[in-house]
Design a protein around this ligand. Structure first.
Ligand SMILES: Cc1cc2nc3c(=O)[nH]c(=O)nc-3n(C[C@H](O)[C@H](O)[C@H](O)COP(=O)(O)OP(=O)(O)OC[C@H]3O[C@@H](n4cnc5c(N)ncnc54)[C@H](O)[C@@H]3O)c2cc1C
Length: 449
């Protein structure tokens, strides 16, 4: 029997990354009763790495009821320091003591497992969400009127399912994106960033015998050491028991490979060579990384997609707007997408496929400009941070020095004007106030019967 209440629609989410978990939880909180999440991995094993959680995403996590748990292990960032990597000289120091007063929420850092764990526990409390691990989407067989997909369990026969709304949070390597754009006859082009990243987690016990390193893990500061074509960003996580470093450097190991490879076991000596011009403080930290535990990630992005949706299928998160990490907004945007999708689908006036397709277009309209702006800004920030000697760098360093007067910092992540724009943005409120108008303004798409 056809459903009439949107909350009875069968929602299928592909991928249980930050975006997928956030989406499933957001739909459950809106009262949807039938949500299936399919994940290729056998469990939610998250990369051992830190993550920044800015106020705009904490606002969403709080509404989803899972922030309290995540906050217990999070570090409240009080300030940020941008330093010349070679000398450790401070270029700018930006105080951030008043995030809660300004934006209603703090700016925090945490362990990825802590953010994912909070979202997962939130999902587990919702009986309407069913997880299917070790199950991979291999084909989107149709996009409308009801999406049909083929799933491949790791130890079993492939099978087909149908649903009312298919939400693909299958990440940067999204199979759904490739297939959707292929069906529409447009190509899905990857853009080479030329950059790769090491992700490093140092233990407190390895740092606390060195007073300078102990001071780093004890503080509430995010520090960025910058140099030509490379930088390191670092902050404490897990109640100051771990010091997280994330780097960006020229990609030399992945350049020859295209789509297939995203991570590689790196060599410690190669990593030390990449940062050999950085100051002794940085060298001491990199030297603490155990041999054989260096892992390098290719940083990948895509050219802007011509569409995020087709019929009753929508992409979200890294599947449609992957970003360089220099603004620390990738996971935040994926989680926001889920909250906006739930808001849009809960507001549809009827459950016909054409109405669902139109609501997904509203989601894209609500999110496209904002996410594109942040993706562009992250890449701009990377270019500015990675300048080599010359006029442009001199200008940049003057701007760093004058930041207190100007209210703007060349490292856009730390810039109060940019923070204001991103952190005060309430994606759910915007969806609530703009949905009806945008929905009315769109033509109802022709959806196959
Ligand atoms: C070095 C680095 C630092 C970063 N720092 C930050 C930060 O501080 N703050 C921030 O907000 N963001 C940060 N990001 C970005 C952030 O990690 C990503 O933007 C975010 O994880 C994207 O979430 P997602 O759910 O869209 O995709 P993913 O997290 O990639 O999840 C995709 C999921 O889908 C599953 N999957 C894929 N294909 C299939 C399939 N066919 N069938 C079933 N399942 C499938 C995968 O196994 C995975 O679980 C950083 C990124 C990098 C590389």
């Amino acid at each position: 029997m056809a459903v009439t209440d949107p909350r009875d629609l069968h929602i299928v989410v592909i991928g249980a990354g930050m975006g997928g978990l956030g989406t499933a939880l957001a739909f459950a909180k809106k009262g949807f009763k039938n949500i299936d999440v399919y994940e290729r991995a056998s469990n939610l094993g998250f990369v051992g790495a830190g993550i920044q959680m800015p106020p705009n995403v904490i606002r969403v996590l709080d509404r989803l009821g899972c922030w309290e748990e995540i906050e217990r292990e999070a570090t409240d960032v009080k300030d940020t320091s941008i330093r010349q990597g070679s000398t450790n000289t401070e270029l700018a120091h930006v105080q951030m003591p008043d995030m809660r007063e300004k934006y209603g929420y703090p700016h925090c850092t945490g362990h990825r497992a802590s953010l994912a764990g909070g979202l997962e526990n939130g999902c587990k409390k919702e009986k309407v969400i069913k997880f299917h691990f070790s199950t991979e989407l291999i084909k989107v067989d149709s996009y409308e009127p009801r999406p049909k997909i083929t799933l491949q369990p790791r130890d079993g026969e492939a099978y087909q399912i149908e649903c009312d709304v298919l939400l693909a949070s299958d990440g940067i390597k999204s199979v759904t994106r490739t297939q959707m754009l292929g069906t529409l006859g447009v190509s899905s082009q990857e853009e080479d960033t030329g950059q790769a990243a090491y992700r490093i987690m140092l233990k407190r016990e390895d740092m606390e015998n060195d007073p300078e390193l102990k001071a780093l893990i004890d503080c509430d500061t995010v520090i960025r050491w910058i140099g030509e074509k490379r930088h390191i960003i670092a902050y404490p996580v897990s109640n100051h028991t771990i010091y997280n470093l994330s780097t960006a450097q020229p990609d030399s190991n992945f350049a020859a490979t295209t789509n297939a490879t995203y991570t590689t076991k790196g060599s410690k000596s190669a990593m030390l060579k990449v940062y050999e011009t950085f100051c002794p403080l940085v060298q001491r930290m990199l030297n603490l990384v155990p041999d054989g535990e260096v892992c390098e990630w290719k940083l990948r992005v895509h050219k802007a997609l011509p569409t995020w949706t087709h019929g009753c299928v929508s992409l979200l998160g890294d599947a449609c707007h992957p970003t360089l990490p220099h603004l620390s907004q990738g996971a935040a945007m994926a989680i926001e997408d889920g909250a906006v999708l739930a808001e849009c689908i809960s507001r549809i006036p009827n459950t016909q496929p054409a109405t669902i397709a139109k609501a997904l277009k509203v989601f894209e309209l609500l999110r496209r400009d904002h996410t594109s702006m942040l993706v562009d800004m992250a890449s701009y920030s990377g270019r500015v941070l990675h300048l080599g000697e010359g006029k442009a760098k001199e200008e940049r360093d003057k701007e760093f020095a004058n930041h207190a007067k100007n209210g703007s910092v060349p490292d856009k992540w730390a810039s109060p004007d940019v923070q204001k724009m991103i952190y005060s943005y309430d994606c759910v409120k915007e969806a609530q106030t703009k949905f009806d108008e945008l929905f009315k303004s769109l033509e109802t798409p022709a959806v196959a019967a």
